[in-house]
Design a protein around this ligand. Sequence first.
Ligand code: APR
Ligand code: PHB
Length: 401
Amino acid sequence: MRTQVAIIGAGPAGLLLGRLLERTGIANVILERRSPDYVLSRIRAGVLEHGARDLLNQAGVGARMEAEGLAHHGVAIAFHGAQHRIDFHALIGREVMVYGQTEITHDLMDARTASGGGTIYDAEDVTPVDFDTPHPHLTWRKDGRTHRLDSDFIAGCDGFHGVSRASVPAAAVRNFERVYPFGWLGVLVDRPPVSDELIYAAHDRGFALCSMRSRTRSRYYVQCEADADPANWSATAFWDELRRRLPAAAAEALQTGQSIEKSVAPLRSFVAEPMRFGRLFLAGDAAHIVPPTGAKGLNLAIGDVARLAGALSEHYTERSDAGLDAYSVQALARVWQAERFSWWMPTMLPRFPDLPGFEQRMQAAEFAALVGSRAAQQAMSEIYTGLPMASAESGRVVSRR
Ligand code: APR
Ligand code: PHB
């Protein structure tokens, strides 16, 4: 088999890259280790930057998001009882779109099925080979046989635990990492959210977040031990703990119910540099992880593949490799901005175990600095609602602050 771009991973990064390439006439095949049902069963993020929303619309996969998603004009930050609303719309005229990653994945899968794009699910032992030569290819096993796909390029969109980054010689990659000493226990429940907007809450007992997927489905998180087993958290323990950490009005409004999904996410900041190794390009979680506090993981993946699709389009239609050559440096510049923001939120909001008194006062001073300054709130709003996004047709930046 031969294609132009071989994509590893059918998460949002791989599926969206496939979609964008298809729209500019670039042949591609996606190889995914899991089944479609398994991919769709993962509950992940839910907040889209305005540039990510625009891109999904441009890619022709935004109809359901526009119909069912919720445009949010602000978020609330509650700090040990005091609550402050960051009004993005009033501050900078921007908004975010609340629409689950699972739904985006669903829409992208449907679009790919409709267009006849090739996706091979349940592919075992996918291996990128010879990506440092002009003749890269992939091998994998399926139905007891070994298969091979030759391509011009390989896109590693296979998440943090994928094979792409792991296939690069250790000496060629530099990893930057911070692991936080706590995790997030998340619960999805078919009950209306406590509030029309998200609430990020700092409390002595630990951080909590009220989010949502729709007007009838809520997503709640409480800070927990990094190695907590969700099975050890009874429903009552979770709801009691969440209620304790929320401002009084939200605690009263909380409607509890049977959880549809319950899982623990570790908190990690991670960046691998560079994001290109010969003809292998990394995108999304394969190259970087952010703690979920800043709601940036999915948006970063979308930003990477927009840039990569633009650079590949330049390669095939304009015979220019300028975009491909600049991909790693430009993508990383955006990644580090998101890393900074996603690192700053956890410095202010969670309860670090044994946090010395000085740092506790610093957290309070951070909150006061934010609440006390319109400029600080504008800066936060700019990054929360969206970092600049590259055009998927060329390497140019289209969505500015
Ligand atoms: N071979 C083939 N596919 C693989 C392999 C492999 N060796 N390893 C992983 N995969 C697949 C996974 O099964 C998954 O479907 O790659 C896909 C990666 O998807 P995600 O982990 O969702 O990563 P990405 O597409 O970069 O999405 C960005 O944003 O909200 C955040 O972390 C969240 O998933 C989210 C991410
Ligand atoms: C979510 O809805 O899952 C969510 C929202 C905002 C975040 C993190 C997660 O910062």
